[in-house]
Design a binder for this molecule. Structure first.
Ligand code: CO
Length: 509
């Protein structure tokens, strides 16, 4: 096991064996006002008994909880594997029992016959390893399969497992929370026949009732991981990465069933949030995207004088982390990642400006806001989501193009097109989560938009431990860190729930 002795990103792909619950030792000082719980999700191991899994996205879910009490200067950490049917099966049988993102259960010839049906009735996994979500008073571990598991946000114990929605085959793990309207907004994707496409839904505060906003037909639908929300519109950015019948017959997993068809281009579907009608479709040069960053509406400078945008120069501005193509899905396979120089493709921070419905403008414009790698993006979500904004944060790479796994954090000023970074030898930071300082006297010019902190679970591959990093978001300098007892495998997403928060808000989509 020579790889285990490399002090590089490969430490972040080692399995975790222990579940712990302890108070962490702290360097620096946590802000007094910072009190709440950072709940995160991600893989804890990439082995199903004797069977190794193929992909970063395949690992068995392990929840991580950081209980932060800034007033007392205390941070407690706990980790616990999600008690899913998939994980239980793997432990009992020593192999995979359900289809993961890029690994299938071992199958004989009969199993292969099932592949034609795989996207309609895909024996989906309940290994919810991607994110957490609060709906009403419930906390859920989520994945793109409809099978979600309720979790106790304190003990991390798994609770009831149930099927979400019931109107689509897969669901986004990045629903938006609209702070102005007080509702969660998301979509599901359906594969096949007349129902093929996306179904948009909302869940108003105070209920767990999923109500359908509308449908977007697309056959076949693309792999759409997240979306854009503005006060009036939902925009789906659909890449030409689509399920292929031919590849489903020969492929070996869900993601192997997808094919890059650049001639199809990427499409933006613009939907009215009130009526659910598709108001416009735009086609642009092909690109791939996991994560949107923010979106908002504005009247273009020097444009018309109409208040309602009709006949004016209104536009929908949409920022996202754009890849050239979908090769990143293969680049995040473990075969590639667990090598000395994995060299994954880079995403740039790109802005698309779409004509608002009714606008006299034509055509879609795009521009690069930050050319370096940026992924797992975040903003001041609570105050800026769906509104014009100034700062985006993300994981990034020191080298361009990337040679290593993500090894720095970046803060991009999308107005000034400037960026600052944080990095350290042997450090591999995870998704940055922005927590705004309370009572900061917010103003629309973005002067106080970065008054707060960035939380990032960061691996120190030299020390072979992870720590919770706290950066001052304004200066992008370290304020504090809290040392965990072990290296935490690289995860995906999480949410910070501030103490006393009444609404089921999110700190990012
Ligand atoms: Co994601």
């Amino acid at each position: 096991m020579a790889a285990d002795h490399n002090n590089d990103h490969r430490v972040g792909f080692r399995p975790v064996r222990d579940e712990v619950d302890e108070t962490l030792s702290i360097e620096g000082d946590f802000p007094q006002w910072l009190s709440g719980t950072l709940l995160r999700n991600g893989p804890g191991t990439w082995h199903a008994g004797r069977q190794p899994l193929n992909h970063w996205f395949d690992g068995f879910a392990m929840l991580r909880r950081f209980r932060i009490d800034g007033g007392d200067g205390e941070v407690a950490y706990r980790n616990r594997f999600l008690d899913s049917g998939a994980y239980t099966y793997a432990r009992e049988h020593g192999e995979l029992g359900y289809r993961e993102f890029a690994t299938d259960p071992p199958t004989g010839p009969l199993g292969r016959l099932g592949r034609l049906r795989r996207l309609r009735s895909p024996n989906f996994t309940d290994n919810a390893c991607v994110d957490v979500c609060r709906v009403g008073d419930r906390y859920l571990a989520t994945t793109e399969s409809p099978l979600v598991t309720e979790i106790d946000p304190r003990s991390l114990e798994s609770g009831r497992r149930f099927e979400f929605g019931g109107f689509a085959d897969t669901y986004t793990v990045h629903p938006h929370y609209d702070f102005d309207r007080g509702e969660l907004v998301g979509y599901g994707t359906s594969f096949g026949g007349s129902e093929s496409g996306y179904t948009l839904y909302s869940i108003p505060d105070g209920t767990e009732d999923v109500s359908v906003i509308g449908e977007v037909e697309s056959d076949p639908p693309g792999y759409v991981h997240s979306f854009a929300l503005t006060p009036n519109y939902i925009v789906l950015a659909e890449p030409p990465f689509v399920p292929s019948r031919r590849r489903l017959l020969t492929g070996s997993s869900v993601i192997d069933g997808y094919e890059w068809q650049p001639e199809r281009g990427s499409r933006f579907h613009v939907v009215d949030r009130e009526s659910g009608d598709v108001l416009a479709r735009h086609r642009v040069a092909p690109f791939f995207c996991f994560h949107h960053i923010n979106a908002f509406e504005r009247e273009r400078e020097g444009g018309g004088d109409s208040d309602d945008g009709v006949g004016g120069q209104g536009e929908i501005v949409l920022d996202l982390a754009a890849f050239e193509d979908a090769s990143v899905t293969e680049a995040l396979s473990l075969r590639r990642l667990v090598s000395a120089e994995p060299s994954p493709p880079a995403a740039e921070l790109r802005r698309y400006c779409l004509p608002a419905p009714g606008s006299s403008r034509r055509g879609v414009e795009s521009e690069t806001l930050y050319p370096g790698h940026v992924e797992l993006p975040a903003i001041d979500y609570a105050n800026r989501n769906t509104h014009d904004y100034r700062y985006a944060y993300g994981v990034s790479n020191r080298e361009r193009p990337p040679e290593s796994f993500q090894n720095q954090l970046v803060k991009v000023d999308v107005r000034e097109r400037d960026a600052v970074t944080w990095d350290e030898s042997y450090a591999y930071p995870g998704e940055p989560v922005f927590v705004p300082a309370p009572d900061r006297g917010d103003d629309a010019d973005g002067r106080n938009e970065d008054d707060g902190v960035i939380l990032s679970v960061t691996l120190d591959a030299g020390a072979e431990r992870s720590f919770l990093l706290v950066l001052d978001a304004a200066t992008f300098q370290e304020r504090a860190r809290a040392w965990c007892p072990h290296p935490i495998p690289f995860g995906f997403h999480g949410q910070f729930y501030a103490d006393g928060e009444e609404r089921p808000t999110r700190s990012m989509a």
